[in-house]
Ligand binder design. Structure first.
Ligand SMILES: [Mg+2]
Length: 141
C-alpha cells in the first residue's frame, strides 16, 4: 500500500476517551479532512444500521464549530455485525480503531488488506501524534 484512497475512523478509544491531548486529536482530524476531502468515513457504533448518531458524541467531545465540521465532512457508513462490511476492500485504506475482532481480522486477511488496519491505544498519550505521522508517511493526496 503506497497511497491512501480512504480513511475509516472509529470514535471511542480513537478520538474520544483517549489519553492523547485534545489538540493532537484535533490536528489528526484536521489533517484527515483537509487532505482527504470526501474520503474520510466514520466506522463506529455511533453510526450503524443506517443511523448516524455521531452528531451527539461529537458535540459532547469538541466545540460546536469543530463538531459541526466533522459531522458535515466525515461520511457515514452502514454496517450491522462487522465493521469490515462497510470497508471498500478494493481501495487503499487506513482504518484507525482501538479494537479488531478476530472475525474482522479474518475478513481483512482474506482480502489481503490487513496492513490497512492501524491499532490505536487509547492509553498512549502519543497515539494521536503517531496516527498523524503514519498518515504523513503517505504524503498528501
Ligand atoms: Mg473503539
Amino acid at each position: 500500500m503506497k497511497k491512501i484512497d480512504k480513511i475509516y475512523l472509529d470514535i471511542d478509544g480513537v478520538i474520544r476517551g483517549v489519553a492523547s491531548p485534545k489538540e493532537d486529536v484535533v490536528k489528526l482530524l484536521r489533517y484527515c479532512m483537509d487532505n482527504y476531502p470526501g474520503a474520510v468515513y466514520w466506522l463506529t457504533t455511533h453510526c450503524r444500521g443506517g443511523v448516524n448518531r455521531t452528531d451527539f458524541v461529537l458535540h459532547d467531545t469538541f466545540d460546536n464549530e469543530f463538531a459541526d465540521e466533522l459531522y458535515n465532512k466525515i461520511l457515514p457508513t452502514d454496517w450491522e455485525a462487522l465493521k469490515t462490511e462497510a470497508i471498500d476492500m478494493d481501495s487503499d485504506f487506513v482504518w484507525f480503531d482501538d479494537n479488531l475482532f478476530e472475525s474482522e481480522r479474518m475478513v481483512l486477511e482474506q482480502n489481503y488488506v490487513l496492513d490497512g488496519f492501524f491499532l490505536m491505544n487509547p492509553k498512549d498519550s502519543e497515539m494521536a501524534k503517531k496516527a498523524l505521522e503514519h498518515l504523513r508517511r503517505f504524503g498528501t493526496a
